[in-house]
Design a protein around this ligand. Sequence first.
Ligand code: ZN
Length: 57
Amino acid sequence: MVLEAKCPQCDKRAEANDDMTRVECKYCGLDLSYDEYIEVMKGRAVTMADDFQINLP
Ligand SMILES: [Zn+2]
């Protein structure tokens, strides 16, 4: 079984392996542990929230 994840680097389709220990992207060569992947995605969410706040009146 291969779980799909969104690649934080190129926004294409990355894949998590069966035991959810690694996330790999065949498109850009991303290769992270699952924990690192979660941290990167958290960082992206924070960045998006900051951008949103900047745009508030
Ligand atoms: Zn990628």
